[in-house]
Write a protein that binds this ligand. Sequence first.
Ligand code: B1M
Length: 213
Amino acid sequence: MSEEIFERAKEAIMNGDAEAAAALARQGLEKGIPGMDLISKGFIPGINEVGELFGEGQLFLPELIMSANAMQGVIDIINATLEVHEQHSRGRVVLGTVEGDLHDIGKTIVVSLLKANGFEVKDLGRDVSADRFIREAEAFNADVIGTSALLTTTMGVQKELEEKLKEKGLKGKYKTIVGGAPVTQRWAERIGADAYAVDAGDGVRKITELLGK
Ligand code: B1M
């Protein structure tokens, strides 16, 4: 049963059918399928396939936008079901998508999962400059700065952040974690980030490790 819902969820995103995607998200939740499973096993494979077809020139921007909108609707529905644990903060994180980059679907999933796991998170949204990450971390008294980059052309902002933290003598004060489809462990090591996460669950694990909790 779950497999069928995952397959239909993938198709709904590929068809850019926001209504069908929302209905499947609700149906899956009603059947007791965990929200994160619906996202990672159904909807994400759909948007990844769309990305591949777009990259190959088989889909065009309007279709990409329709699929992205359908994905956003589903994320909103599933986020609303995640329980937020606010009693004992496990750490303070500022997180955003880097400057020049408007891809925020993955970042929003990471934010939700962190909150659901007891972290205090300030979501800076998208198109966030290295300077602003630092200003916000200072103001929020953050432990961790998390950056998401989806374009090979915007990954450089993650490097710029490391450089600016060093320049300002703040490198040891905040732990940094990087993510996003083109980002790798190797990139994290190259720029001197403290951690890399492949997906939202890995983000929670890595931040927990960084804070020694
Ligand atoms: Co665009 N886009 N897009 N896009 N888009 C990609 C990234 C692309 C790979 C598609 C392709 O060509 N195959 C390509 C980039 C190529 C490259 O850089 N070499 C691309 C392009 C070219 C573009 C435009 C330039 C297209 C144009 O205008 N001609 C344009 C750029 C706009 C801009 O940013 N300035 C553009 C626009 C868009 C939309 C607006 C239509 C839409 C985004 C809507 C939105 O986000 N609100 C969009 C989409 C949807 C995609 C794809 C298809 C899907 C991205 C996504 O949401 N994935 C994408 C192809 C792909 O990545 N497969 C593509 C699902 C999401 C859950 O995954 O974001 O990877 P992801 O997040 C994951 C992990 O990476 C990780 O956890 C998340 C959950 O598992 N993670 C972290 C992410 N951040 C993390 C941070 C952490 C930890 C983990 O800690 C800090």
